[in-house]
Design a protein around this ligand. Structure first.
Ligand code: PLP
Length: 481
């Protein structure tokens, strides 16, 4: 092997940056010190330079880049002042252990990669990750690939990587009043995977399961595909009424529901009904499957406690997902299992897809541990609230009964008397607003006509404009009769 080749190999093995690659980034003249600082920030934020890594001595870097040494020293000082690096006297300059969030200069790497066309405004379930979030994830993925977790190379725990389970347990304790041991937390590929594993582990075919009517169609279709007897229980302004469920199927084996924010109608399960549901479940040994899919997005009032938090009998199985809170493509969610079912569920998980992808789990664990998730949620909540307001305002001209949601990432616009939601949907779509038909989410209760419209992942101006166009079109056709 010749010398040049072995130097090259070493360079890749140690992953140290090629400092001469900075040369084309720096302008030939003008503010080179600022450009150097900006480029070093970018390398640190995108984790090409890792926490704890040593930067070259200022004299050496200045020589390589044909810069005045003072310019490099000044750039390092500025980076230290901004918290990107730490200077250890007599030892050199090192990338800080915790890098602050900041504006990153857009280089080729920071630019958005070409991807699939964005979804039409109004489409349900569009992720909430902004450029700052993507940048943090990009850096963490790069690092996870450089130093993969053990489970990436060997078989792992069917419940998932313990680091992420620990973070989720802490997060749920702090935000949802849920006290769960790490051993009760199972990482899943989202809610759908959790429902499938849990239903197959705990509910033999022909078990009966109450569901809200209307309900999340993916869940109903899944339960039916597993041979479960779906028992629709109508919802009113207080949510699902256990008395109606008891009248229909008193000894059902389970109930699946969305107590914090009923999907799709948006009401909250009242406290008397929560207590009645827990009583019923305790009495007949039924499982309560609580789908808490969007509670991270509460816009007004205090956060609502989860049903799990008031369950003293261990009947509630709590489900959460990163699909709404971050991005559905991550395929990450979690279940909090009562201790007595952990073994059965773990065995079913092992038979299903064995265990989750540890690389993605490692990334998410650090995303939570380093505070990126909390910061992401703060930004996303603000953006989603603005998008919600723009959507509501945009729809104002249409004769629709819009309920402004205090939580979540979608709203329901009820159709005027006599109108069919299929017609409304076609009109909205013709003007670029995506919707789901409310009527198709009803099971046995008389179907109400309306549109279910998502507002996550869209700029307020974009969704507002699409809503205005759709509203004008709907108003005009309703006026014509
Ligand atoms: C009621 C409900 N639960 C859960 C989810 C999330 O599903 P998953 O985590 O499988 O992406 C959704 C997404 O649309 C939903 O509407």
């Amino acid at each position: 092997m010749d010398r040049g080749r072995s130097t090259d190999l070493r360079k890749h093995q140690t992953n140290s940056p090629d400092w001469s690659a900075l040369i084309p980034v720096l302008p030939a003249e003008g503010p080179r010190r600022a450009a150097l600082r900006a480029e070093l920030c970018r390398l640190i934020e995108t984790r090409v330079l890792l926490p704890g890594q040593k930067l070259p001595p200022s004299r050496e870097l200045a020589q390589r880049l044909a810069l005045a040494r003072g310019a490099v020293v000044a750039a390092y000082e500025q980076l230290a002042a901004d918290g990107y690096v730490e200077t250890r006297i007599g030892a050199g300059t090192y990338v800080a252990a915790r890098v602050p969030e900041g504006a990153v200069p857009r280089g080729a790497e920071g630019a958005a990669a070409p991807g699939p066309p964005p979804p039409a405004p109004g489409k349900l379930g569009s992720g909430t990750a902004d450029e700052t979030t993507l940048r943090a994830l990009r850096g963490l993925f790069r690092e996870a690939l450089t130093r993969p977790p053990a489970g990436f190379l060997h078989y792992g725990d069917p419940l998932g990587e313990v680091a992420l389970r620990r973070e989720i347990a802490a997060y749920l304790r702090a935000t949802r009043g849920i006290r769960a041991e790490v051993d009760q937390v199972m990482i899943t590929a989202g809610t759908q995977s959790a429902l499938s594993i849990i239903a197959r582990a705990l509910l033999p075919p022909e078990s009966r399961i109450w569901v809200e009517d209307p309900c999340y169609p993916q869940a109903v279709a899944l339960f039916r595909s597993l041979g479960l007897g779906v028992v629709p229980v109508p919802v009113d302004r207080d949510g699902l009424d256990p008395a109606t469920g008891i009248a229909a199927a008193p000894r059902a084996e389970a109930v699946y529901l969305t107590p914090s924010h009923q999907f799709p109608l948006g009401m909250t399960l009242s406290m008397p009904r929560r207590l009645a549901l827990l009583d019923w479940a305790r009495g007949c040994g039924a499982w309560i499957i609580e789908d808490d899919y969007d509670s991270e997005f509460r816009f007004t009032g205090p956060p609502l406690a989860a049903l799990h938090g008031i369950d003293r009998a261990g009947r509630v199985i709590y489900l959460g997902t990163f699909s709404k809170a971050l991005a559905p493509g991550l395929r990450l969610g979690y279940a909090v299992l009562p201790p007595e079912v952990v073994d059965a569920v773990r065995r079913m998980r092992d038979l299903t897809d064995r265990y989750p992808n540890p690389l993605i789990e490692a990334v998410l664990a650090r995303f939570l541990a380093e505070g990126h998730y909390a910061a992401h949620l703060r930004r996303a909540r603000k953006r989603c609230r603005m998008a919600r307001d723009a959507l509501v305002e945009g729809l104002a001209a249409a004769p629709l009964g819009v309920t402004v949601p205090e939580q979540g990432l979608h709203l329901v616009a009820l159709a005027p008397a006599g109108a069919q939601d299929g017609d409304l949907q076609r009109r909205a779509q013709a003007r670029g607003l995506a919707t789901r038909r409310l009527s198709e989410m009803f099971i046995a209760a008389p179907a109400r006509q309306g549109l279910v419209i998502g507002f996550s992942g869209f700029a307020p101006a974009e969704i507002g404009a699409a809503a205005r166009r759709a509203a004008a079109m709907i108003a005009a056709s309703e006026a014509r009769g």
